[in-house]
Design a protein around this ligand. Structure first.
Ligand code: B12
Length: 226
């Protein structure tokens, strides 16, 4: 299959929530390769992992978001797309793993309290790891107290906060206040679809980026300790 066709088919698997060849969902794609097989094929064909990520997976998920907003699909459909995305990302992970010798520092990542979205956070974590940083991923629905405990366990770390809901992005501010109350010098970067530079400034974050590359730039320019 040509590169463009392969990426287009993979994007479609994300949009339709086709996880792998064996999965019965969606019925009209029964027996066809899913995100699992097509990601493997794309990488084996020599398509760069960054292209697989940006030109198939993220684009597919964006389309899912638009259709969900327009009420053309519903939560169970989105969950299947998220599952397909996770299956694909498993194949990408090794390509973003970095040499332990390049260890530049530690970032504690988490999705804030009340928020269960983690696809974007996982992508950002993967790219950051590939840039030589250790990532401690606290998962989703992380309370300010849990972030503080992690900072105590990883002295000198940076924090990365993710939020996808307008109702939970305010919990970024609570987390920043809680953590900076005890560690005023700690650097905190925020991101997620509803977050903006203006919002980041308002809540006292040190950095904001709409994408993983910006997060790496922030870490390498503002957070290196030596
Ligand atoms: C997938 C998804 C879900 C899945 C999540 C599965 C999972 N494991 O993550 C499920 C089905 C569980 C879900 C549930 C809900 N969802 Co939802 N969901 C989405 C959807 C379609 C895609 C999100 C996504 O993965 N995008 C792809 C990734 C790659 O993009 P991203 O997350 O933005 O991340 C990128 C950047 O933002 C940035 N980034 C992200 N984090 C960070 C962190 C740092 C530090 C940095 C620097 C950068 C950064 O880099 C990433 C890579 O480029 C969005 C639509 C959208 N347009 O965002 C709705 C959306 C976020 N959901 C929405 C809603 C309403 C809900 C529910 C309330 C629905 C319901 N009725 O139950 C629940 C809430 C559950 C909860 N408590 O969290 C709304 C939010 C509206 C709002 N104004 O707040 C959206 C916008 C859909 C819509 N248009 O209405 N959802």
């Amino acid at each position: 299959m040509a590169t463009d066709n392969l990426l287009e088919s993979l994007k479609r698997c994300i949009e339709r929530g086709k996880v792998n060849c064996k999965s019965p969902h969606p019925p009209d794609m029964k027996g066809q390769d899913g995100a699992d097989e097509l990601t493997r094929k794309a990488l084996d064909t020599g398509i760069p992992p960054q292209d697989v990520l940006s030109n198939a997976l993220v684009l597919g998920m964006q389309h899912v978001g638009e259709r969900f907003r327009n009420k053309e699909i519903f939560v169970p459909d989105v969950l299947m797309s998220a599952k397909a995305m996770s299956a694909a990302m498993e194949h990408l992970k090794p390509f973003f793993k970095s040499d332990a010798l390049k260890h530049r520092g530690t970032i504690v990542m988490g999705t804030v309290l009340g928020d269960l979205h983690d696809i974007g956070k996982k992508i950002v974590s993967m790219v950051i790891e590939g840039a030589g940083w250790e990532v401690v991923d606290l998962g989703t629905d992380v309370s300010p107290e849990k972030f503080l405990t992690a900072v105590d366990q990883h002295p000198g770390c940076v924090i990365g906060l993710s939020a996808l809901l307008t109702t939970t992005m305010i919990n970024m501010e609570t987390t920043i206040r809680h953590v900076k109350g005890k560690h005023p010098g700690i650097k905190i970067i925020v991101g997620g679809a509803p977050v903006t530079q203006e919002f980041a400034n308002k809540i006292g974050a040190d950095g904001y980026s709409p994408d993983p590359q910006g997060a790496v730039e922030f870490l390498n320019t503002r957070c290196l300790q030596n």
